[in-house]
Design a protein. Structure first.
Lengths: 325, 287
């Protein structure tokens, strides 16, 4: 990383995504707060990890940023442009710059389309290039992700899962985006394939000047790859900071328990405090005050009174816990 | 091209569907080549009272009717009417029904509900009754039969396409293409429609059989083309007063309708097995 001050590429402030919970008569009986007042900055050229349990709102955060889900409130500024309530033209122009890579990129390919046509599609939609120009771009991207040209003539089901991921990435890269949201990009892959895919991410980042938002529940991958990490719990960021700081000195009890849950062969645990117990509470009926208090071993009466905001009392680290020190 | 070869191969393996396909081909061939195959092509319009009600023999293969016209020749020309009615009525139904279903399924607004409730209203009215009302009001003619059939058949495609669109919308690749910036029209017609096309093709094939049957019913009720048009349903209606003595009079058009409808149904079932393996025809077990 350079020494000059980091440049913000994406600024999220108080972003919300609530899903209405309806009863059998379609009456709204409550809200599921999948993303609850999240504020976050992503710096150009970094890899920001978003980590948390299943159902904590990681993917919803990514999809809301992409406009796949309509946000319920808050602001997003991307490349100095507000990203909420855009007209279709504006959002089309911005969606070239901001891309989302699905958990299973193979499933993001139309099963009836050959790889070539799927890779041409983003360029057909967004650029006025003719067939020859598009094909050149497609072929150079295909080289970059390490797939043979012959794959252009195949259908998605004819290639392996790892290759489908590469095609999914290639499809996104054809538009030369500046920020890519990677949603669980390594889930469901062999460890060996994971490793090659991860190093491919790093190569592509260098080659195309990319910034990644890396959504994952795999802490070891996060630690290896990310510059900064945001830990999410039930729609909120509970801890945010530089990867090394957080992994070495987790201050939020939730982060501490997550880290304790990493099995390490032959080594001692990163933190040996305690194990996380029980299931997260129902996100449609959050506890009062701090939403982690029902599972927190340190919880005191004060925790039930108010929801703690992120505190920046430490260098390179922000923690949303009243008791953290 | 590959898909076509695959289809052909599967079709040859499936004897029943092949039989259906052959019956359909026979119908099409008959309709096209009617003037060359017919032994008395001018008998469509001409009467020969001395020849009335002759039993099938070497000259009149399927016998003659009450006007003395050759039934065999009339059946051949009747195939033209049948196929015209079926193709145009189904074509119109598909053209109206599919886009409505696609739009109603793709968007989740009050407008989708409006479209679907409208199609429900059409479905709630018994087909034959609505067709009779239309044909009765506008007068008996082939055009009105086609209009009546189109007006009553389109909701079937709407319902099918609506359901299929709703279910395929949950697939990641549809969402991914929307996220990529593809316009709704592009997603609907380039991703959704091709992926649900097999169900539409199957429904259309089976629908052809149903349409032909309904068209024959309307013809039988006297609402089709006016005489002396060789409409199969009308021919059966005419034959009633001469049964059971002139047994051949009703037999030929009856068999023609039966074979054609069976052809479309068998072929449609076979296509479903090939294109849409989710819903399989029950498989016969050898003992």
């Amino acid at each position: 990383m350079t020494t000059e001050p980091p440049q913000t590429i994406l600024r999220i402030s108080k972003l919300r995504k609530f899903f209405a919970i309806r009863n059998a008569w379609n009456r709204r009986i409550g809200w599921l707060k999948a993303v609850d007042d999240i504020s976050l900055e992503v710096y150009r050229g970094e890899i920001l990890g978003i980590v948390g349990e299943s159902g904590c709102g990681k993917s919803t955060l990514g999809k809301t940023l992409m406009g796949i889900h309509k946000s319920s409130g808050g602001e997003v500024v991307f490349e100095d442009q507000p990203l909420v309530n855009l007209t279709r033209q504006e959002s089309r122009r911005l969606s070239r710059q901001l891309q989302y890579s699905y958990q299973d990129p193979g499933a993001s390919l139309d099963p009836r389309w050959k790889i070539r046509r799927s890779l041409h599609e983003p360029l057909v939609i967004h650029s006025g290039l003719d067939y020859q120009e598009r094909d050149e771009r497609v072929k150079s991207i295909l080289d970059a992700v390490g797939l043979p040209q012959g794959h252009l003539e195949l259908y998605p089901h004819e290639i392996s899962g790892g290759q489908q991921r590469r095609v999914g990435l290639a499809r996104i890269l054809t538009l030369h985006p500046s920020l890519i949201i990677l949603d669980e990009p390594t889930s469901g892959l062999d460890v060996s394939v994971q490793a090659t895919i991860l190093s491919l991410f790093l190569d592509l980042k260098k080659q195309f000047d990319l910034t990644y938002m890396f959504i994952s529940h795999d802490l070891s991958v996060i630690r290896m790859l990310c510059d900064r990490v945001a830990v999410m719990y039930l729609g909120k960021i509970v801890e945010l900071g530089e990867t090394e700081t957080i992994f070495n000195h987790p201050r939020h009890p939730y982060t501490q328990s997550l880290l304790a849950a990493i099995p390490v062969i032959g080594g001692e645990r990163i933190t040996d405090n305690f194990w996380l117990e029980g299931e997260p509470p129902n996100p449609s009926a959050l506890p009062s005050g701090c939403r982690f208090r029902t599972r927190c071993p340190n919880a005191l009466a004060i925790c039930a009174e108010s929801d703690p905001p992120l505190r920046s009392d430490w260098p390179h680290q922000q923690v949303a816990c009243t008791l953290a020190e | 091209m590959e898909t076509l070869r695959f289809l052909l191969k599967k079709l040859i393996e499936d004897r029943v569907a092949l039989l259906g396909a052959l019956l359909i081909l026979l119908l099409i061939f008959t309709a096209i080549a009617a003037p060359f195959l017919a032994t008395f092509p001018e008998d469509i319009a001409e009467f020969h009272p001395p020849n009335r009600l002759i039993a099938p023999d070497g000259t009149f293969w399927f016998g003659t009717d009450r006007m003395g016209s050759d039934i065999y020749s009339r059946i051949l020309f009747g195939a033209r009417i049948t196929i015209t009615i079926a193709i145009i009525a189904i074509g119109v139904s598909v053209i109206i029904g599919v886009p409505i279903g696609l739009i109603a399924g793709y968007y989740h607004t009050w407008f989708s509900d409006l479209l679907m409730r409208t199609s429900d209203i059409f479905l709630a009215v018994p087909q034959i009754v609505l067709a009779i009302a239309i044909a009765q009001t506008l007068g008996p003619s082939i055009e009105n039969i086609i209009l009546a059939l189109s007006a009553t058949y389109w909701p079937f495609w709407t319902r099918l396409v609506y359901a299929e669109t709703r279910s395929i919308q949950k697939e990641t690749f549809i969402e991914a293409n929307i996220a990529l910036g593809a316009s709704p029209i592009r997603v609907m017609f380039m991703h959704v429609l091709p992926n649900i096309s097999s169900s539409i093709i199957v429904r259309t094939t089976i629908g052809m059989g149903g349409t032909i049957l309904t068209a024959a019913t309307l013809g039988f009720l006297g609402l089709g083309a006016p005489p002396p048009s060789p409409e199969w349903g009308r021919m059966i209606a005419e034959s009633r007063e001469f049964l059971p003595e002139a047994w051949w009079y009703a037999t030929a058009p009856g068999l023609a309708i039966f074979l054609v409808v069976m052809g479309f149904n068998l072929f449609g079932d076979g296509l479903r097995d090939i294109l849409d393996p989710r819903i399989r025809r029950s498989v016969r077990h050898d003992d």
